[in-house]
Design a protein around this ligand. Structure first.
Ligand code: FES
Length: 321
């Protein structure tokens, strides 16, 4: 393992690859030198480094405490290169660099009950959560929404591990199979927490339904794994205080782009407002948040900004970079 830009870089090897569907492959990773990989919590993800400028995040889907890391990766036709590259190149025995696990999507283990909802490939963090809750003897239900049974990965494992706590919702199975998040939230006992991951539209819908059912924001947890962010808007000025550099952020560039052009390095990963890697403290001014990483409360605090996508409501921002 080597340390690079505050990230641990691990040389890993693909010990097993299984193509579960025509679009989803499941990869088991171990350290290439045979050492133990860092422990992880349910909800954690790792970076997979495909090239210097092609780093993607994937959730760990195996049971926390198990030896390796398991990733389920969709070969997304809208991929900007990451998942296509992985599907084409990561065969058994292939080497790949990964980061240590990070967790922006932790479980609230004190909850009375947990509703886990995964849409499509968004099932992956939910599987690790279900394992953690099961191991702790906690009450939970795992809802897996997929277009059809043929498009659903991990099915045998989930059925075997979670039995009647697993509820499958297939789009082609008719109304009886349809997920009703509002009804689920209304039926859940007070103090239940909801976790959702999946395509953005699906997540927006589940979150809105949970809110409509009266579930408090702090009991609704989510992690977007991709997004289309509009970075455009009116130009503004940024003073990078630690670097003592002022830049103008143009109408169609991000703060990160403007800072990079002026020689200020911004650490980024997803570049689409979902991972939190580029967060920076705001010293003065008001951000216009475009990211999907910060919670509504964190956004309202206006003391952090995602430099890859967010802009300014004020004419000037002073940032701690
Ligand atoms: S780089 Fe991922 S949120 Fe900005």
């Amino acid at each position: 393992m080597t340390s690079n830009m505050n990230n641990i870089v691990i040389d890993a090897i693909v010990t097993r690859r299984e193509d579960h569907t025509d679009e989803i492959a499941v990869f088991d990773l171990a350290a290439a030198d045979g050492s133990a990989l860092p422990a992880f919590e349910a909800g954690a993800h790792i970076d997979v480094v495909l090239a210097q400028d092609l780093i993607r995040q994937y959730s760990l889907s195996n049971a926390p405490g198990s030896a390796g890391y398991r990733l389920g990766i969709l070969n997304d036709p809208n991929s900007r290169g990451g998942s296509k590259r992985i599907h084409a190149s990561l065969q058994e025995g292939a080497r790949v660099q990964i980061s240590a696990p990070r967790n922006h999507f932790p479980l609230e283990m004190g909850a009375e009950h947990s509703l886990l909802i995964g849409g499509g490939i968004g099932i992956t963090p939910m599987i690790a959560m279900a394992y953690a809750l099961k191991a702790a003897g906690k009450s939970f239900e795992l809802h897996y929404c997929s277009r059809s049974e043929a498009k659903a990965a991990f099915l045998n494992e989930l059925k075997g591990e979670f039995g009647d706590r697993l509820v499958l919702h297939f789009d082609d199975a008719g109304d009886a199979s349809r997920l009703d998040p509002k009804a689920l939230c209304q039926a859940a006992q007070a103090g239940s927490h909801l976790y959702v991951c999946g395509p953005s539209g699906f997540m927006d819908w589940v979150i809105a339904q949970a809110k409509a059912a009266g579930m408090p924001d702090k009991q609704v947890h989510f992690e977007y794994f991709n997004a289309e962010v509009d970075i455009s808007g009116a130009a503004f000025e940024v003073y990078a205080q630690a670097s003592d550099i002022t830049v103008q952020v143009g109408a169609n560039e991000s703060i990160a782009m403007a800072l990079k052009a002026a020689g200020v390095r911004v650490q980024m990963s997803c570049e689409e407002g979902v991972c939190g890697t580029c967060l920076c403290d705001v010293i003065e001014g008001t951000p216009e948040h475009r990211d999907l990483f910060l919670t509504d409360d964190e956004k309202a605090d206006n003391d952090q900004i995602a430099l890859c996508c967010s802009r300014a409501k004020s004419a000037r921002l002073v940032l701690d970079i």
